[in-house]
Design a protein around this ligand. Structure first.
Ligand code: NDP
Ligand code: OXD
Length: 306
């Protein structure tokens, strides 16, 4: 069995040696143009040339949860595209989103500014029951975030494409229930995949339907958000602030307004990182399951785009 590795902005050597150690029966190599035909490829945003030269791949394993970069490429029809299925990401996403929610709910930014100015002041505690958290996307990551937020007794709502029943979560589905979901969400967390249906979904209309004083946490993809619309709603005071982990251009140009906006907490696409060892173990397990003819989790439905 032959496996190729190709990942933009990632050191190949530890992945190649890790995959080789996990699959000693295979021959694992970093992809280069003209590489011999392989059975599987493990990739992040690979060049189109790899797919054009490898028409017989059985599995194309993405070393991330989001497959939007892959969906832009021409992929041979019989190749199964397989995403990372948690692999240590959901606990990171849960801690990141809980941190962002609590930081805002407890006004920790404001306390830090007070302390920096030598002020020992108290703010009136906010009502937890009014801090409804609406999660867009109730998949592997969204469901885990919903579960974690309930530990802090926030009312949690969720929105997905198909109807869901999650313990303790008020679930909404589809376009018909989108408006009701937004109107009830004081904090909006985006954990959708980026698809033609969800691109630009965080626009003036969507964000404007949050209650006054709403707060946005975008941990999915930069192209979900119309950045100018967020800025306008922050300036008008309709939104109280935002935590932004992902941007259309990463890193953003030096003049990008999000770098220094007083109401935006910016992080460098780090809310849930790919963990190499967990990911290699998961991919190796799936490659072996495929060789035995067994089904594997995380196969992307190309017609949906996720
Ligand atoms: P999943 O595929 O498991 O879940 C996606 C969820 O979104 C599902 O509940 C799905 O609904 C819902 N959804 C998809 N399309 C629509 C739509 N048009 N309308 C309403 N709901 C929709 O993905 P994950 O939870 O694993 O990951 C989500 C995203 O998080 C990734 O695609 C990636 O972009 C991002 N991500 C960001 C990271 C970071 O570090 N910032 C790290 C990892 C991931 P249904 O259940 O009905 O199918
Ligand atoms: C992912 C990411 O999709 O890191 O896994 O953004």
């Amino acid at each position: 069995m032959r496996i190729l590795f190709s990942a933009t902005a990632t050191k190949a050597a530890p992945w190649v040696s890790g995959l080789q150690a996990a699959l000693p029966e295979a021959e694992v190599a970093e992809w280069a143009p003209g590489a011999p035909q392989a059975d599987h490829a493990v990739v992040w945003a690979p060049p189109q040339q790899l797919l054009d030269e490898q028409p017989a791949l059985q599995g194309l394993f993405n070393i991330g949860a989001g497959v939007d970069a892959l969906m832009k490429l021409r992929i041979p029809p019989q190749t199964r595209v397989v995403r990372l299925d948690d692999a240590g990401m959901s606990v990171q996403m849960a801690e990141f989103v809980c941190h962002a929610v609590i930081r805002h709910f407890r006004e920790l930014d404001a306390y830090e500014q007070d302390i920096a100015q030598g002020r020992w002041s108290y703010r009136k505690p906010r009502l937890r029951s009014e801090f409804t958290i609406g999660i867009m996307g109730l998949g592997v990551l969204g469901a885990r975030v919903a579960q974690a937020l309930q530990q802090f007794e926030f009312p949690v709502l969720g929105w997905s494409r198909s109807p869901k029943a999650l313990p303790g979560v008020r679930c909404y589905a589809g376009q018909a229930q989108f408006g009701d979901f937004l109107a009830a969400s004081r904090v909006l967390v985006c954990l959708l995949p980026l698809t033609p249906d969800t691109e630009n979904i965080l626009d003036r209309d969507t964000l404007g339907r949050l209650p006054a004083g709403g707060y946005l946490i975008n941990v999915a993809r930069g192209a979900h958000l119309v950045e100018a619309d967020l800025l306008a709603l922050l300036d008008s005071g309709h939104l109280a602030g935002a935590t932004i982990d992902v941007l259309r251009e990463e890193p953003p140009p030096a003049a990008h307004p999000f770098w220094r906006h007083p109401k935006i907490a910016l992080t460098p696409h780090t809310s849930a990182r790919t963990l190499r060892e967990e990911s290699i173990a998961q991919i190796a397990g799936k490659i072996r399951a495929m060789a035995r003819g067994e089904p594997v989790a995380g196969v992307v439905d190309r017609s949906r785009g996720y």
